[in-house]
Design a protein around this ligand. Structure first.
Ligand code: G4P
Length: 189
């Protein structure tokens, strides 16, 4: 998506060897016009979607942005911590390892919000190793819901996320793909 790519080049910056910071328009402060354009972009890529599924926290805004372009379908986000007031028997849970942060989180969705017959589009801000998306796919599988595809704002093309998802037969679309970083500069595909 042209506007996103231009914005990454203008305002994105690289930390260390493999982290792209986009906190002025995606991860901390959000450009809501760009968010809306991303919603429109992804809604044209996937048909037959009746639910958006994402993971807290950064996925939430983009999940809402995409949902609005499907005529206001629900957006569900997997939670990283279990609320004390929910009954664990009513949850689908899975473990998501974070390659970037070196952490592991149990994430969950209430069974009321993911049902057999749902046609889910998974949305996230970044695709790196694909662990978050694979966890969300597992939650859909447990619920008997179908995964229509995975929609990603920024894919790090030099990591294994796309390969792992496509191996599972998942249709992946990214609005921008980072090919590599060169002397602190972002080189997009
Ligand atoms: P994966 O899900 O594709 O395997 O990604 P990974 O474990 O590597 O990423 C862990 C977290 O770091 C995710 O956020 C992911 O969105 C984010 N991330 C990965 N690479 C980058 C990067 O280059 N830049 C930025 N800004 N973020 C990156 P999370 O743990 O779900 O945290 P949250 O911010 O959504 O709460």
């Amino acid at each position: 998506m042209k506007n996103l790519k231009e914005r990454i080049i203008k305002d994105g910056y690289v930390i260390g060897n493999d982290i792209l910071k986009v906190d002025s328009f995606i991860n901390h402060q959000i450009d809501t016009q760009l968010l809306d354009e991303l919603g429109e972009y992804f809604s044209k890529k996937f048909d037959g979607v009746n639910k958006i599924l994402t993971i807290e926290s950064s996925g939430i805004a983009f999940g809402v942005g995409v949902a609005r372009h499907y005529g206001n379908i629900p957006m569900v986000f997997a939670k990283k911590s279990k609320s004390k007031i929910v009954d664990e028997n009513n949850l689908y849970t899975t473990v998501v390892d974070s390659f970037t942060k070196g952490t592991s989180n149990t994430v969950c969705v209430d069974k009321r919000f993911l049902k057999p017959g749902d046609k889910c589009l998974i949305v996230d801000d970044f695709l790196a190793e694909g662990n978050a998306s694979i966890g969300l796919i597992d939650l859909c599988k447990q619920a008997g819901a179908e995964v229509v595809g995975v929609a990603i704002v920024i894919e790090k093309g030099f990591q294994n996320g796309r390969k792992r998802l496509e191996k599972l037969g998942i249709h992946v679309e990214s609005a921008a793909i980072v090919d590599h970083f060169e002397n602190g500069k972002v080189i997009l595909k």
